[in-house]
Design a binder for this molecule. Structure first.
Ligand SMILES: Nc1ncnc2c1ncn2[C@@H]1O[C@H](COP(=O)(O)OP(=O)(O)OP(=O)(O)O)[C@@H](O)[C@H]1O
Length: 249
């Protein structure tokens, strides 16, 4: 098999207050995979994500993206390669118009004029939001703001798209539409979620993090139907959802 596009080796991290959040995490993701990162509250999922684009720096171990180590000297390139969509779109949208927000990243990379406009329109088109290009983001609904947040990241043409709780606060139709968008993208995806049916629907592979350690890594169906694993790590399927009776997507 080819080298992983995302290679996390022995990653350990303690916050400045001494709290150890990750203990030697290994995670290898190959190009084109869609992987769900599951685990109970406080497991270390966000801490891991914050290492993928260098917001946090590994205490021990390493993270690399397409062979490039996540390190201070590479941060600009790493942030182009790894696009993180945070849970709250308002952490990502801060400009007076949708266009300005989506332009921001590629303009920083030096794109100008028609090339910049084409990049912005293409990114908004991928999330079905071209018609909103001149609207102020704060006049959009939450679900629309989440789509624009995804577009701000897609406009950077990332190699890896990291989605933190993408389905949270979405109504059922928006949730399904976002799933369709994710499926339509030709990009490697790491999706942090507590929404296990969403993980099942979108990611053929799931990694379970618990107390800062990877405790499972395999086909999502196998993970979600391993009752002992699920209860040991406070993972619960919603009432009526049984992957044993639902064909693998
Ligand atoms: N800034 C911080 N300083 C100290 N400890 C922190 C800090 N941020 C997170 N932690 C601790 O690190 C551990 C992992 O937190 P993290 O946010 O990575 O978990 P998570 O899996 O993303 O949880 P959730 O599902 O609740 O979002 C938790 O015990 C948390 O209390």
């Amino acid at each position: 098999m080819s080298a992983p596009i995302l290679d996390v080796q022995g990653l350990a991290y303690a916050y400045p207050d001494g709290h150890q959040a990750l203990f030697g995490v290994n995670l290898h993701v190959h190009q084109g995979e869609r992987v769900a990162l599951l685990g109970p509250n406080g497991a270390g999922k966000t801490t891991l994500v914050l290492h993928l684009n260098g917001i946090l720096t590994a205490g021990a171990g390493s993270v690399s993206v397409s062979g490039m180590p996540v390190a201070k000297e590479n941060l600009m390139e790493i942030r182009r390669r790894v696009g993180v969509v945070f849970q709250d779109p308002d952490d990502q949208l801060f400009m007076p118009s949708v266009r300005a927000d989506v332009e921001f990243g590629p303009a920083n990379l030096g794109l100008r004029g028609a090339a910049l406009e084409a990049r912005v329109v293409a990114a908004l088109d991928q999330v079905g939001m071209v018609d909103y290009i001149d609207r102020p983001p704060h006049h959009l609904s939450f679900g629309q703001r989440r789509r624009v947040a995804v577009a701000t990241v897609l406009a950077m043409e990332p190699e890896i798209l990291v989605l933190d709780e993408p389905s949270s606060n979405l109504d059922p139709a928006s949730r399904r539409e976002l799933a369709d968008i994710v499926r339509s993208l030709d990009v490697t995806v790491l999706m942090v979620t507590h929404d296990l049916p969403y993980a099942y629907e979108l990611c053929s592979r799931s990694v379970v993090l618990s107390d800062g350690v990877v405790v499972a890594d395999g086909p999502t169906r196998d993970v979600l139907t391993d009752d002992a694993l699920m209860s040991a790590h406070r993972l619960e399927l919603p009432f009526g959802f049984d992957p044993r009776t639902i064909p693998a997507p």
